[in-house]
Every structure is written in structure tokens, then in C-alpha cells.
Design a binder for this molecule. Sequence first.
Ligand code: HEC
Ligand code: HEC
Ligand code: HEC
Ligand code: HEC
Ligand code: HEC
Length: 400
Amino acid sequence: MNFDSRDRLWIYLSGTAILVITLWIYFVYFRPEWKDYQSDFRDVVAKRFGPDRAREIPSGIQQVWAKDLNRVDRCVTCHLSAEWKGLENAPEPFKSHPREILTKHPVSKYGCTICHGGQGYATDTATAHATTLEHWEEPLLGKELATSYSVSDRKALMQINCNICHRYDAQTPGADFINDAKQLVKQKGCRACHTINGRGGVIGPDLSYVGDKSTEQYDYSHLLGVKSVFAWHVAHLKNPKSMSPESVMPTFGFDSHQAQSLAMLVMSWKRSDLPITYIPGTALGDRPTPEEIAKEQQMQTGEGAFFAKKTCFICHDVSTLGIESATKIGPDLANAYADVQARFGRTLEDFLASPTGTMAMVLSTQIHLTDAEKQEAIAKLKIAYQKKLEQDAKAAQAKK
Ligand code: HEC
Ligand code: HEC
Ligand code: HEC
Ligand code: HEC
Ligand code: HEC
């Protein structure tokens, strides 16, 4: 074989071209995304703080090992300046992190995903934020998920994670949705039917660890739109029968904010395997307040003691016998003697012997009444009704 010098040159040139193209493809397609962020970050820092500071920036994959929490988070590979001052108005991922929250939860001990969710081991945005694929175990609780759940505050969903640790706080500064939901649980008396943190009724399921239920355990056949546990809870809280047609859970009339807040709260009720030092208030637990205890004791000794002892007071006032319910889930029983007749066309005796609706659930699952106790209830409700009539008559007199 014999090449002349023109052929040699041609072969040499095309070989070089192929090499250049290959390198270029490698550079564009296979150069990790984070390398670009790290070099952009150096530029940002050089401009603002000078080249010396920029040279101190580490390169390569960065990570935080939160040992006690058993997590390795590489988010800091791109979010390099989480603990820097002076980049508050820089673009993401270079912005300084809001300071106060990290003062209370230092990055070295907490990492990032314990609050934000996301895939800690990943080093590309799509996987780290877990937004490209449906049903990631731990999506970033950030703006994309908030949009798909129609939650107007794009940072709110993170509060689910705050409350895995802060579940025993009455209120947690910075977790407004969760705080609103905790108020509602008290006001509306969810514990009348549900056990929460070991305390409450048994008419509905125990909610203490309901956040551990998986997506597959919910029936989405009645749910319109996005099928997610969050959406199921929101729809169910707004109108329980729309998701569970046989449910005796009342429709409380929650607006969207209230239903979303409660959905976040119930989803935060998970078993946690975190060390106890990461769970504030564990020693205090979740106990009734002194006011609640005093009120109950007072009712135990009055004229309506029967309704306090048998715990009817959780859902019912018996206003003329001094029984006051915090929740008022059922009607005032001062009227029951006549009201049952008017509403159901049955006597009170008959109703208590074979109750319907919520009271069927109450008397079969939560409160057991012997025949003698049913007689006592009827006798007491007659007295309560008698008093009611007298009060009404007096009031009518006073008006004249
Ligand atoms: C490969 C680089 C990269 C990695 C790794 C990365 N991020 Fe980001 N992050 C970005 C960029 C770029 C933005 C701004 C653009 C955007 O919002 O997607 C951003 C924005 C964010 C935001 C604000 C936007 C929102 O959705 O609320 C949060 C919060 C966030 N990242 C958290 C994390 C957490 C937590 C991790 C680790 C699990 C992580 N990031 C890992 C590049 C990265
Ligand atoms: C203790 C919980 C907690 C930890 C740990 C935490 N963050 Fe945050 N992060 C927050 C809160 C709360 C905010 C929002 C503050 C606010 O309301 O502006 C926030 C805001 C952000 C934002 C801006 C989001 C936006 O939408 O503007 C980014 C990005 C972010 N964090 C990334 C990180 C990274 C990366 C780490 C780990 C180095 C981390 N965070 C660790 C609680 C935490
Ligand atoms: C891994 C568990 C954990 C997570 C997640 C967590 N915290 Fe905390 N938080 C703690 C612990 C532990 C303390 C320290 C409590 C103490 O000192 O008594 C604390 C302290 C605080 C404090 C100060 C308490 C006080 O009384 O001043 C606030 C406020 C707070 N956290 C808010 C939040 C918010 C908001 C989030 C979510 C963005 C969050 N925390 C996520 C464990 C956690
Ligand atoms: C009168 C009794 C009653 C009251 C009061 C009540 N619930 Fe329920 N709840 C039920 C029953 C029964 C079910 C099971 C049937 C169903 O799914 O609706 C249930 C189901 C639930 C579920 C679904 C549990 C699961 O397995 O996923 C949640 C969450 C829930 N309730 C939250 C609440 C909250 C929050 C409140 C207070 C605002 C409340 N409930 C008040 C009776 C009640
Ligand atoms: C978990 C909540 C709850 C508890 C506890 C409870 N009830 Fe009820 N009760 C209700 C609800 C809700 C209704 C209304 C049912 C309906 O309209 O179908 C009701 C209705 C009644 C009625 C009919 C009242 C009327 O005016 O129509 C009577 C009587 C009654 N309950 C008696 C009792 C007695 C006695 C106890 C205690 C042994 C008790 N209830 C405990 C929730 C409860």
C-alpha cells in the first residue's frame, strides 16, 4: 500500500474531527449538570466577593452526612451557599438559605431532605427534586408539588415534615398550616371518634399513625382529578361521604385552606424512627389541658353526671342539666325527648333500643349501655326536657 501525502493529511484531519466531535458530545451530554452550577457559582462569588473567596469554593460532589438521622444529602453539591451570608437575592440554587430555621436545625445535624423531602443521594436536579417521575417515595415538597396539589403557598407542604418531629407541639412557629389544623382538631372534636396519640374514641379508625398508609390503601373510585393521598384526604375532609359513602364522619363545612391544612396534619402522623432528642416535647406527650380536666370533673358531680360518666358529653350538650360539649357533634339532648319523636317518628325508648346513624355506631362500638342504663338515660332526658319546657315558658313570660 502506498499513500501519498494528500491522503495522509486527509486521514489525519478526519481523525482529529471525529475526536473533537466525540469530546464535544461527551462534554455536552455527559458532563454532569452540577459542574455547570459549580462554575456558575464561582462566577457569582467572584463578582460579589472577589476572586479569593471564589477560589475557596470546593469542587466535586459535596454532601452532608446527618449521622443520627441516617441520611446522606448531596443537595449541597448545587445548593453550595445554604449557609452563606450575602447571597439573599442571588438566583437558585445559589441563594442564601433563610437563616433562622438553620440556626435552630444546623445543616450538619439535619441535612436538607428531613425538611424538604427529595432524593438526597441524587446529583441531578430532576432526580434530586424527584419531580420528573410520578410516585417518588420522597418528592421535593416544593413548588411543583404544591402546584399539582393546588396549594397556594408553595412552601407549605414542607410542614408535613416539620410535624413528623414537632407533633407534640401545640403550635410550631413557621408551620402555619399545621398550626391551623391542630386548632381545628381541638375545636371540632375529632377525638370524639378517633384515637390520636393514644387518646380518643373508637368510632372512626385510630389516626395516630394514619400517615404511614400507602397510596394503594385508598379507594380513588369516587375521586375526580389527580389521584393522590393528599387529594383523597382533602375531598374526604370536605365531605366524608363523597369518599366513604357509609361514613358517619360529619361534614364540618371546611374551606379549602382548612381541608388542606388538616390533610397535611394527618399525613404527618407517621411512626418515626428518629432519635428521641430530635422530637421536641416527647416527655410532655399529648395530654388533656388542665381546663379540660377541671371541666370534666365538674360535670361528673352535677345533675347531668350520668351523661358525663357515660361520655355522651363528648358530642352532646344537655343544656338544662349543666352538660356542655366542646364539640357539639350531636344535638343538644335537652330537646331529645320530643325531638326524636318529631325527627324519627319513634319514641326515645325505641330509638335507644335500636338506634340508627351515628348513634348506632356509638352504641355498638364506643359506649356500652345496659338496659338499666338506657332506662336511666330516658328518665334523665325526661327531666331535662321538663326543665327545658319550664325555661322556655319563663322566657316567654319575661318577654311579655
Ligand atoms: C443538580 C443541581 C441541584 C441539586 C443536586 C439539587 N438542586 Fe434544588 N435547585 C436546583 C436549581 C437549579 C433550582 C432552581 C430552579 C428550580 O426551581 O427548579 C433549585 C431549586 C430548589 C428549591 C426551590 C424551588 C422549589 O421547588 O420550591 C428547593 C426547595 C430545592 N431546590 C431543594 C433541593 C433539595 C432538598 C435538594 C436535595 C435533595 C436539591 N434541591 C438538590 C438545583 C439542584
Ligand atoms: C429544619 C428544616 C430545614 C432544613 C434542615 C433545610 N431547610 Fe431549606 N427551607 C426551610 C424553610 C422553612 C424554608 C422556607 C423559609 C421561608 O418561608 O421563606 C426553606 C427554604 C429553602 C429554599 C428556598 C425555597 C424557596 O422556595 O424559596 C431552598 C432552595 C432550600 N431551603 C434548600 C435547602 C437545602 C439545600 C438544605 C440543606 C443544606 C436545606 N434547605 C435545609 C427549612 C429547612
Ligand atoms: C428531625 C426533626 C425536626 C424537623 C424535621 C424539624 N424540627 Fe424544628 N426542632 C427540632 C428540635 C429537636 C428542636 C429543638 C427543640 C428544643 O430545643 O427544645 C427544634 C426547634 C424548632 C423551633 C424552635 C422552638 C422554640 O420553641 O423556639 C422552631 C420554631 C422549629 N423547630 C420549627 C420547625 C419548622 C418550621 C420545621 C419545618 C420546616 C421544623 N422545625 C422541622 C426538630 C425538628
Ligand atoms: C362522628 C364521628 C367522627 C368524627 C367527629 C370525626 N370522624 Fe373522621 N372518621 C370517622 C369514621 C367512621 C371514619 C371511617 C369512614 C370514613 O372513611 O369516613 C373516619 C375516617 C377519617 C379519616 C380517614 C382515615 C384513613 O384510614 O385514612 C381521617 C383522616 C379522618 N377521619 C379525620 C378526621 C378529622 C381530622 C376529624 C375532625 C375534624 C374527624 N375525622 C372527625 C368518624 C368521625
Ligand atoms: C361520637 C359522638 C356521639 C356520642 C359520644 C354520643 N352521641 Fe348521641 N348523637 C350523635 C349524633 C351525631 C347524633 C345525631 C344523629 C342523627 O341526626 O342521625 C346523635 C343523636 C342522639 C340522640 C337523638 C337526638 C335527637 O334530638 O334527635 C339521642 C337521644 C342521643 N344521641 C343520645 C346519646 C346518649 C345517651 C349518649 C351517651 C350514652 C350519646 N348520644 C353519645 C353523636 C354522639
